[in-house]
Design a protein around this ligand. Structure first.
Ligand SMILES: *Cc1c(COP(=O)(O)O)cnc(C)c1O
Length: 366
């Protein structure tokens, strides 16, 4: 019996390389792109362990839970870490980064998350990149939640290590990710005696055995399903046009925000400034006394396919996420999500304007 997922032929090195080239095109980068066969934490951790060591002084920008994780890895590598934290309902500014670098001239590594799906904020990477470049530090960026939802341009922004994943706005599986690596970043890793080698976490292995060898022989058997799915994600984005895809995500975020403000019922945008709200997901704060996880559970009872989730960890009490991942960045998904949340709020006796919310979404989408 044939099955679409089973008995797949091995993916050729040429096909693997062509998918890397398509990722490079999406990112507008001339840097080396390595596709990593694992969830995005694989290249995120591999890049830090490769580039950072006891001689590193890192400025770690924390705008959500992922920034905290990066700080832990950096410390574990022996780096001196300066944390720059901002409240999760805001973004960091280039001025804040500039001030931190001026205060700590020895910083030679800056880590930043572009957009945080977990908190719903997005940071001005282009402006921050200019500041980091001027200082001369290596610039590491987690663009997992931004790629496909907003432009991600490592070369234009001076990013040395840019990690993406397929599972958010690209609408793909969680088991495949990629990283673009600048010449400077390769040199930093090559000079780091503690950089992983002969290890699944090693990016240098891919540089030396795959890229420098002309991308003719893969290091191990490629994960066919994930690679084919990543290729399909890229094809779909290319077919719609990257600008149209990011415009659709921006419209979804704008419309959700407008709809929530019109809906009322005590629900409000979690990120205070619209310009700091991520196009990949709109986070909402629930009214006092209404547990976000319960409201989401009630809304999902009416339609389990809605792109709604409660915040993770402690945020489950007060945060709702309306995800705009790929095919969910549509007027229909936004309308249905707000209608279901509105109905759940009304059940609790809160005053909501469902009609106003609907009109606000329509108006903001245009
Ligand atoms: C989603 C996401 C990742 C990937 O991590 P998961 O634990 O698989 O969700 C990494 N970084 C950021 C900023 C993300 O939003």
């Amino acid at each position: 019996m044939t099955h679409p997922f089973l008995d797949l032929p091995p993916l050729s090195a040429a096909r693997f390389a062509s998918i890397e080239d398509r990722v490079a095109r999406l990112l507008g980068t001339g840097q080396d792109v390595v596709i990593t066969q694992g969830e995005a934490l694989l290249p995120l951790e591999g890049a830090i362990r490769g580039a950072a060591g006891p001689g590193t002084t890192a400025l770690n920008v924390i705008t959500g839970p992922y920034g905290q994780t990066f700080g832990d890895w950096l410390r574990d590598c022996g780096a001196t870490v300066i944390d720059l934290s901002v409240p999760f309902h805001t973004a960091v500014t280039a001025e804040q980064v500039r001030a931190a670098l001026a205060e700590h001239p020895s910083v030679d590594f800056v880590s930043l998350v572009h957009a945080e799906a977990a908190t719903g904020n997005t940071n001005p990477v282009a402006e921050i990149g200019a500041v980091v470049r001027e200082h001369g530090a290596l610039f590491y960026l987690d663009a997992v939640a931004s790629v496909g939802a907003e432009p991600v341009l490592p070369d234009a922004w001076g990013v040395d290590l840019c990690v993406i994943g397929a599972q958010k706005a690209m609408g793909g599986p969680a088991g495949v990710s990629a990283i673009s690596v600048s010449e400077r970043a390769w040199a930093r890793m090559a000079a780091n005696p503690r950089a992983p080698r002969r290890s699944y976490l090693s990016l240098l292995d891919w540089k030396e055995r795959w890229i420098d060898g002309g991308r003719r022989a893969l290091l191990h058997a490629p994960a066919q399903l994930e690679m084919l799915a990543l290729e399909a994600c890229l094809e779909r984005i290319e077919a719609e046009g990257p600008a149209a895809v990011t415009a659709r995500h921006a419209a979804a975020a704008r419309a959700t925000r407008a709809g929530v403000l019109a809906l009322g019922g005590g629900l409000r945008p979690y990120v205070h400034e619209a310009a700091e709200a991520a196009p990949v997901a709109t986070t909402l704060r629930t009214p006092d006394g209404v547990a976000a996880s319960e409201l989401v559970a009630r809304a999902l009872e009416s339609d389990p396919s809605l792109p709604l989730a409660a915040g993770g960890g402690a945020l489950a009490k007060e945060m709702i996420r309306v995800n705009h991942y790929g095919p969910d960045a549509t007027p229909g998904a936004v309308q249905s999500s707000l209608a279901a949340l509105g109905a759940a709020l009304a059940e609790r006796g809160l005053d909501v304007d469902l009609h106003g919310a609907r009109r606000a979404v329509e108006g903001a989408w245009r």
